[in-house]
Design a protein around this ligand. Structure first.
Ligand code: CP
Length: 309
């Protein structure tokens, strides 16, 4: 692996390797404490972040390296005065590894193409691979397996988290069901559906999309949702989205048809009362905070792997 851009670029073996490495690092952190001595990670942000930013920075600190936070809004690139190609060539001469949270996946691809250092996708409009790798680490810890699960995603499915989940479920032979409004605004884009169908065929995963949340949730092992108001959605759309998505809230009624052992996942930030009820996200079925904690361990596995340590 030279970069981490999309889960679609990975093999099942590479995917599992990162999860096993994170388990090992989490169990024996001291063994890895000097591994990135004098290494620098540049983190470039166009969009807000709590978990991704802090977990990558803490990961670098705990591995004895250094992380730089760079906000792209006021950068020459953000002001339209420099190409991403020139950014890539410049930063490659200062840093050992780069990570970017920018909306345009095409710009991220330019960054990785022109960089001589590894590049990590910290979220674009096409995917959020480090999030989903951390989520599968959490699934492995909680269920002691990664495959042959029924994983259900509910709500707004036209987003990066859903897209990376689709790809990861294909690689791990899971049955992934999306329940979202029939309206195009909330459905995954066709290119991702096509890409995932190909991956599912190759690796024996399954994917389906329905507008019936109860049918989707029946006998689920995992129920996953994400914010109905992702970072780039204007506030003016809030009332419409609450109305369109209200039948897709993860709540007690929905959980009553899932397996008794079913777990609730959310990448966070969450809004209680919108995409999930308080009793579910704060209930015993919720694993959202172990999920957030595992961002740290998987970031270490990603950094060490890409830097060949
Ligand atoms: N889940 C996630 O990526 O959180 P942040 O947006 O806070 O980084």
């Amino acid at each position: 692996m030279k970069h981490l851009i999309s889960i679609a670029d990975m093999t099942p073996k590479e995917f599992r390797y990162l999860i096993d490495k994170a388990i090992e690092i989490k169990a024996r952190p001291k063994t890895y404490a000097q591994k990135l001595y004098e290494k620098t990670l540049l983190m470039m942000f166009e969009a807000p972040s709590l978990r991704t930013r802090v977990s990558f920075e803490v990961a670098m600190t705990q591995l004895h390296g250094h992380a730089i936070n760079y906000y792209m809004e006021h950068s020459p690139w953000g002001l339209g005065k420099e190409s991403m190609e020139d950014v890539a060539k410049t930063i490659s001469q200062y840093c050992d590894i780069a990570a970017a949270r920018i909306y345009s996946h095409q710009e991220l691809k330019k960054l990785s193409r022109e960089s001589s250092i590894p590049v990590i996708n910290m979220m674009t409009n096409n995917g959020h691979p480090s999030q989903i790798l951390g989520d599968f680490l959490t699934i492995k810890e909680k269920l002691n397996k990664l495959e042959n699960l029924k994983i259900v995603y509910l709500g707004d499915a036209k987003n990066n988290v859903t897209y990376s989940l689709m790809r990861a479920c294909a690689l791990t032979k899971n049955n992934f069901i999306i329940a979202c409004p029939a309206n195009k605004e909330y459905r995954p884009e066709k290119y991702v559906i096509d890409e995932t169908k190909k991956l599912s065929k190759k690796y024996k995963g399954e994917i389906s999309i329905t507008s019936n949340p109860l049918k989707a949730a029946k006998d689920a092992d995992i129920i996953y949702t994400d914010s109905w108001m992702s970072y780039r959605i204007p506030k003016s759309q809030k009332q419409k989205r609450l109305k369109d998505l209200k039948n897709f809230q993860v709540n007690k009624k929905l959980f009553s048809v899932a397996k008794k052992s079913a777990l609730f996942m959310h990448c966070l930030p969450a809004t209680r009362g919108n995409e999930v009820s308080k009793e579910i996200i704060d209930g015993k079925m919720s694993i959202v905070f172990p999920q957030a904690q595992n961002r740290l361990h998987i970031q270490k596995a990603i950094l060490l792997t890409l830097l060949g340590r």
